[in-house]
Design a protein. Structure first.
Length: 309
DNA sequence: TTGTGTTTTATTGCCTCC
DNA sequence: GGAGGCAATAAAACACAA
C-alpha cells in the first residue's frame, strides 16, 4: 500500500488537498465528536456548530491545523504555507482525538471507514491508513511491554519460591548428613561391641585401616558430636534399630573405636543396600558432595522440577 | 539558544491474501 | 497482480534541560 501510492507527486497533492482545508470539511467530524452525547458516528454537515465553536467548546485555542498557529492570518502567509516545500505536519489534537476514538472502536480500517474518516477530518485516506498503521504499531509495542511486565513479575515470584526451596533443601541436606553420621557411628559402635572378642583376637585388617584413616582426635570429635545429639535422635533411633538389634549395644556404651566393613570396598549396590538397611523406609544414600542437593541447574532448567528424591 | 532525546508522520520493501 | 498489513527506518516536529 504505502509503497504503491508513495511518491513525491502524490505527497504534494496530499499536502495541498489535506492541509489546506481547515475549515468546512474539517469541522464536520468534530461536531459529532464533541457534541454532548454524540458518538463518533458521522453526522454530516447538519450541525450548525462552526469550527470556531468547536474550538471554544473544546477549550482549545488551537486551530484545527496546528500549522496555522504559527502562521498568522493573511493571504501572504497562507500562500506561503501552501507553497512551502513538502513538510510533515502533525495532526491536530482534535484530529488525533477523533482518530483515537475511532481506533478504540476498531483498530482495523475498512476502506469505507477510511474514506469516511478522511472526508470528515479533511485528510487523505492514505494519511488515515498511515495513522492507523502507526497506531497499531504503538499499541503492539505497549502490549509487548505489558506482557513483559506480567512475565517479569511471574518470574520473580517463581524465583523467590525457588530460592526459598533451595535454602530449605540445603538445610535439610545438612541435617541429613548429620544424622547419617550419627547413625553410622552408632552402627560402628554396636558392631564393635558385638565383635569385640573376635576383633581383639583377630585384629582384622580393616579395623586397622579404619583406625589408621581417622586420627584419634577426629574419631573422638565425631563421637562427641554424635553423643551431643543423642537426645535429639533417641526416639528416631528406637525406630531405626530394634532393642535386640545386633547393631546396637544393649548397654548403650559407645566406643570411639570403629569397626565396620570398609565401604570403599562395597559396590554401589552394596552401598545402597547398606544405607537402606540402616534407615528403612527412608533411603539415605551416602551423602557426598552434591547428594540430595537440588541440581545445580539454572532456575530456568526444568530438570529442577523433577525433584531428585 | 542549542543540543539531545522522544514522538509522530511518512516511506520502503517484503509478505500474505484474494 | 493488486491491495493491504507489518517491520524497519527516515525525517520532521516537539519537549526539555543546560
Amino acid at each position: 500500500m504505502a509503497g504503491s501510492t508513495g511518491g513525491s507527486n502524490s505527497n504534494l497533492s496530499v499536502l495541498l488537498q489535506s492541509q489546506r482545508v481547515p475549515c468546512a470539511a474539517a469541522s464536520q467530524p468534530l461536531e459529532s465528536f464533541f457534541l454532548p452525547g454524540s458518538s463518533p458516528s458521522f453526522l454530516g454537515s447538519r450541525s450548525m456548530m462552526s469550527f470556531e465553536d468547536v474550538h471554544q467548546a473544546n477549550g482549545s485555542t488551537r486551530s484545527f491545523f496546528r500549522a496555522f498557529d504559527h502562521e498568522d492570518n493573511g493571504d501572504d502567509d497562507l500562500d506561503e504555507y501552501f507553497h512551502q516545500p513538502e513538510k510533515k505536519r502533525r495532526l491536530t489534537v482534535d484530529q488525533v482525538q477523533f482518530l483515537e476514538k475511532s481506533f478504540e472502536l476498531e483498530n482495523k480500517l475498512e476502506p469505507e471507514r477510511k474514506t469516511q474518516l478522511a472526508k470528515d477530518l479533511g485528510l487523505q485516506p492514505r494519511q488515515i491508513a498511515i495513522w492507523f498503521q502507526n497506531r497499531r504499531a504503538r499499541w503492539k509495542t505497549k502490549q509487548l511491554e505489558k506482557d513483559y511486565d506480567v512475565l517479569q513479575s511471574s518470574y520473580n515470584g517463581l524465583k523467590a519460591d525457588y530460592d526459598s526451596l533451595h535454602k530449605e533443601n540445603e538445610k535439610l541436606k545438612a541435617e541429613v548428613n548429620l544424622l547419617t553420621d550419627k547413625v553410622l557411628l552408632k552402627e560402628k559402635g554396636s558392631s564393635e561391641l558385638s565383635d569385640k572378642d573376635a576383633l581383639s583376637q583377630e585384629q582384622p585388617k580393616k579395623a586397622i585401616l579404619a583406625a589408621d584413616s581417622a586420627s584419634e582426635g577426629e574419631v573422638s570429635k565425631i563421637s562427641a558430636v554424635a553423643c551431643s545429639k543423642q537426645d535429639e535422635i533417641s526416639s528416631a533411633k528406637s525406630d531405626i534399630f530394634d532393642s535386640d538389634s545386633p547393631h546396637y549395644a544393649a548397654d548403650g556404651v559407645h566406643s570411639s573405636y570403629v569397626f565396620e566393613p570398609d565401604q570403599s570396598d562395597l559396590s554401589q549396590d552394596e552401598e545402597d543396600n547398606f544405607s537402606k538397611s540402616l534407615l528403612p523406609p527412608y533411603v539415605f544414600p551416602k551423602l557426598e558432595d552434591g547428594d540430595y542437593s537440588v541440581p545445580h541447574a539454572s532456575f530456568e532448567d526444568h530438570a529442577f522440577w523433577s525433584w531428585p528424591y
